[in-house]
Design a protein around this ligand. Sequence first.
Ligand SMILES: Cc1cc2nc3c(=O)[nH]c(=O)nc-3n(C[C@H](O)[C@H](O)[C@H](O)COP(=O)(O)OP(=O)(O)OC[C@H]3O[C@@H](n4cnc5c(N)ncnc54)[C@H](O)[C@@H]3O)c2cc1C
Length: 375
Amino acid sequence: MDTACDVLIIGGGIAGLSLASELADRRDSGAGIVLVETERSLAHHTSGRSAEQLIPSYGPAPVRELTAWTVARLLDPRPATPRPLAWPSRMVLVGTEERLQSEAAPGTRGLSRAELVELCPELACSPADVVEAGRLDSTSVRTDAAALVAWHRERAEAAGAQVRTGAPVTAAEPDGSGWRVTAGEHRLRARQVVVAAGAWSDQVAALFGGAPLGLRPLRRTAALVRLAKPLAPDHPMVVAADHGWYYRRAGNGALVSPSEAVPSAPCDAQPVLEDVEDLLARLNTVTSLGATGIERAWTGLRTEAPDGVPVCGFDAAVPGVLWLAGQGGYGFQTSSAMARAAADLLFNGAVGPWCSPATATALDPGRFQGGPGAG
Ligand SMILES: Cc1cc2nc3c(=O)[nH]c(=O)nc-3n(C[C@H](O)[C@H](O)[C@H](O)COP(=O)(O)OP(=O)(O)OC[C@H]3O[C@@H](n4cnc5c(N)ncnc54)[C@H](O)[C@@H]3O)c2cc1C
């Protein structure tokens, strides 16, 4: 027998789960919500492979607005959680004065090279023409991705939402009042559908007749590496202003990334170990971190819209299909705000006044489909 629901969310990453949890807040019962995920486990793809950092000064203006909202929400979750979902964790951009100038964002503070080296002594040996100075974002926070995903799932299921794993959506057809959808062994009837399928979003929307937005999955690798000497617990994340690498403390070692952005088809992305080995060699040249070896490396797909701004809004041509995609490297830091915007659209038809009209318009997929924001 078909399962009927009000909202079918396709994709069990941070985007889909944040929405399922946000919808739990909107209804007496989440019984009308179903989330389906291809894989046997949630957050199997990009959402299980991030650096877990939320940086309010990072990204274009709409992303920064959504990040500030998300950070406030996660620092003060309701209801309160036994363990924090987010906690302060500073970030410092480092590079040439010229590059830092072009990356200067509101809420950050310039640091001289001397101040930077006091904060990050491992940069004392960096060539002075490569690391001239820094820019500190003290509002940045760290999250625990697995705990956040579990929290969203618990909230959604406690309100009656159904989460189905091993359930890839492979077919859809309109049925007059909504959609009839095949997801693995499940047959569903949904009034509204949310495409939160990460790198696969263009393909999934096509099943409903949606024109592709031109989303670009870009490979990025991260690795846990051993260090000769652990970093201090309050050591900031250090990000090269030219986006060539970053590192942050992770237990006694560090999480590092070569920050590559290599186009890829949607897939289970795997690391290229030489990229990480090259990075270690580079880091050991420009810092005194003393990285001694790789413990584990992984790769995910940061999927960007053509203009680099995430997408949240109804398809311009296909009724009842909402896009929640294109989060690029900002999927965690914008997650709660994107979920709230999506929930507003599903239940009220418009994003509420908590979000600026400029940002709500910037998110609309119509900008790629001849609708609002199209230029
Ligand atoms: C190395 C790296 C570091 C990062 N660091 C950060 C960071 O510090 N902070 C930050 O904010 N962001 C970071 N990001 C980006 C962030 O991880 C992503 O923006 C976010 O995870 C995207 O979430 P998502 O739910 O859209 O996609 P995904 O997590 O990929 O979820 C989409 C899901 O949809 C499922 N799906 C696809 N097709 C179907 C179908 N037909 N039927 C059912 N299910 C389907 C997939 O199996 C997948 O599980 C990083 C990314 C990488 C790779």
